[in-house]
Unconditional design. Structure first.
Length: 70
């Protein structure tokens, strides 16, 4: 690994640097797209969980959970 880093630092060819930059752009775009598409689903799951927790509270008169809550 250290040899790879040394060779990378010593490499003065512009083509290699451009290829590395292109790879970084592609990987970065993939990560951004995944975060964008999964972000909505994660947000929806958290909202649904919060709603479920909010509706499953112990009834102060009976001391029990509503039907469907365990």
């Amino acid at each position: 690994m250290t040899n790879f880093v040394r060779n990378f630092v010593r490499d003065e060819s512009g083509a290699a640097a451009a290829e590395y930059a292109l790879i970084l752009v592609i990987v970065g775009a993939g990560i951004a797209a995944a975060a964008f598409f999964l972000g909505g689903k994660i947000s929806t799951a958290l909202v649904n969980t919060g709603t479920y927790i909010g509706t499953c509270t112990i009834d102060s008169t009976t001391g029990k959970l509503p039907a469907g809550c365990q």
